[in-house]
Design a protein around this ligand. Sequence first.
Ligand code: F6P
Length: 366
Amino acid sequence: MEIKRIAINTGGGDAPGLNAVIRAAVLTAINRGWECYGIRDGYSGLFLPEEYPDGGVVPLTRKTVRGITHLGGTILGTTNRGNPLKYATPDEQGTLVERDYSDKVLQGFRAHGLDALIAVGGDGSLSIASAFHRKGLRVVGVPKTIDNDLEETVITFGFDTAVSFATECLDRLRSTAEAHRRIMVVEVMGRYAGWIALNAGISGTADVILIPEIPYDIARVAETIREVAKRGRHFAIVVVAEGARPRGGTVSVIEREAGRAERLGGIGERMAGQLQELTGKESRAVVLGHLLRGGTPTTFDRLISLRFGAAAVRALAEGHSGVMVALDPPTVRYVPLEQATRRLKVVPPDCDSILTARDLGICFGD
Ligand code: F6P
């Protein structure tokens, strides 16, 4: 069936570059004579229409997407509580239970005359997109996440901006750490993958990098800091991924809630206390958190976002469905959504970046 009208949605945590993807997809579609619509807040605009008095599905025109390439966030809104396959709804007792609203989403698609969907998201949102593809929807995915934890693409958009900002923060923290002879523990996002911590930690010359893929021993971290001090450097920078865990221990969870992924965090503050006790050095914790998700995308992220958005429309025009656009330099190719969402892409403990860090004397707490 010929495509005349497509929808775009953005789901999960926002990432710099989302608006660039939207702009590229909309212009590429309009230039083919297609109409474009945006679904508000993931799929919510379709299956919770009562929450959107001004419309849960909104037209996207040349004018709507003018001047948004450099803007962080997403003009469509997003949510990580909006999984229509497992939407947390209160039962008669007020307890949250997960319900499947996928039929309502599919009805919404038909009611709006939408022929296909471009789903921009991370592993959670793209798994939902893959499920809708299996239910008969024509779908192409675009890999978004600052965590860079999606398989089958060399990189996701948003990651470069997050790493660049984290590196800049490490540079800034270095001077204050040195001035006060302190240990600065810097907690960064990344969920169950250590890509942000690893890349920013190496670039920002950290002494210690702790990532989920390599469980750490706090005594080993303290020993490294003492060794550094013996060499005459009386401050230290420790980068810790929010998903890092001690050997034989568990990840630090802030909260668990029905219908959404667990919220990680808190490890930085705890570690600063432990290191202060073990080394006798004053320690401070800084949580970069959502600062990593905000702001203007880097040139690299803008460019891959624009390339991904345009490629997603080309994929639909070429008759593809159930695929994700993926960076495979020098090109963008299409890979099955199912393959891209099968498992998380985590840091291989023997990869070149880890070897480089070890060669530079960076400690992983192992
Ligand atoms: O997946 C992106 C991400 O920023 C993770 O790095 C982090 O664990 C999570 O989202 C935070 O989600 P929220 O915005 O719900 O706190």
